[in-house]
Write a protein that binds this ligand. Sequence first.
Ligand code: AQP
Length: 333
Amino acid sequence: MGDTAVKKRIFSGIQPSGELTLGSYMGAIRNWNALQSEYDCVYCIVDLHAITVRQDPAQLRRRCLTQLAQYLACGLDPEKCILFVQSHVPEHAELSWILGCHTQFGELSRMTQFKQKSQQHADNITAGLFTYPVLMAADILLYQADAVPVGADQKQHVELCRDIAQRFNGVYGDVFTLPEPLIPKVGARIMSLNNPANKMSKSDPEGCVNLLDKPEDIRRKFKRAVTDSETSVRYDPEAKPGVSNLLSIYSAASGKSVAEAEAEFSGQGYGVFKNAVGEAVVELFRPIREESERLLSDKAYLEGIYRQGAERARAVAIRTLRKVHRKVGFLSR
Ligand code: AQP
């Protein structure tokens, strides 16, 4: 029996709604990379999710390609995993409709991301923004994923996905695998550099470090990172959220434990510490930036990767969707 037959499956995706950030790298991609040998991995560029808020069409196209180049540059290997663009596999949208008919309005109303994003985009609160978690459930369930490597901010959505799957299975028999969230121990929630009460996110450019930022920009952002009025480099997320966030970043970037990092900077001022964190991130991202730039100059190669990825993804997705159609009582096509 082939090796892949016994491997558990993983699904995850990131929106091409901006640059990939240190947050998405630490919370998701780094983990994706580590999992690709052990699991049967399906990784996606979720462009359908990106249009839940307004996007510039030319920029969206460019970002999808750039994101694929970055996935590859981060070490994702198309020989080991499936890499594709969500809109190339129409089964995502189809399953999303069916699952939406098995999801309660009240459940979606409780999603914290919807509450936050509808405040950020108060002039454009679309039905898509509201039903985003249903599409995310469809993404995961189509591939019968056992686990979903995400940052801590996505835990609520994965839990909703399980609830929807459980309800569906309850009505129609065993259709979907129930997925578990796989949240990293270090880096699960990287906070904004200029406001450590908020998560680092693409829509906050100064508090956010991008994978493709130039070294001087990375250094500048860390130099300006908000700390506190004390001087000790100590991990205490309640009392010292800025310093603790920097310690988590340093630990994840350098491979040292938080305790080792605290010892390394004991007795040194915040200036030295912030410079060292900036430098660790510069070195972590340097090869990724260089490789992304190289790959982006070969568009035909990137097109080949996403086309082949969509074909492989579709073969799995179609099987699940057929089963779902049968179970809910649709005539076979
Ligand atoms: N700050 C973070 N810390 C840890 N993990 C994070 N992730 C995102 N930010 C952090 C994880 O990265 C994956 C991709 O998320 P996404 O880009 O698809 O969606 P998002 O979480 O809506 O991203 P942003 O940056 O917050 O976008 P905007 O600014 O548009 O709201 C997910 O696994 C997420 O957990």
